[in-house]
Design a protein around this ligand. Structure first.
Ligand code: FES
Length: 96
């Protein structure tokens, strides 16, 4: 799979919400949601506390930190941490 070029723009849909959010590939999901006025729980903003945990229903994300506060099983099950996750595709996420 080819990696997106810098600043590719993707759409984030929050499961159950009508509006889509635009997010570029260098911006965290949380930052994109905050910019769009979406209220989402957040605390540490560095991938350790898990306050922001979400379920990735569709799409793929990447992390700049080597291993965010998720187990391998949780990642496999589709959990993500929006404060440090960046989109690699159009996404659908849900509150966990
Ligand atoms: S806000 Fe702490 S892990 Fe996302």
């Amino acid at each position: 799979m080819a990696l997106p070029t810098r600043m590719t723009t993707f759409r984030i849909q929050i499961d159950g919400d009508a509006a889509d959010i635009e997010a570029d590939s260098e911006t965290s999901l949380f930052a994109a949601m905050a910019r769009a006025g979406v209220a989402w729980p957040v605390s540490c903003r560095n991938g350790t506390c898990r306050t922001c945990i979400a379920r990735l229903r569709q799409g793929q994300v990447r992390y700049d930190i080597p291993w965010p506060g998720l187990s391998a099983d949780e990642k496999e099950e589709g959990y993500c941490l929006p404060c440090v996750a960046r989109p690699m595709a159009d996404l659908v996420i849900a509150r966990a």
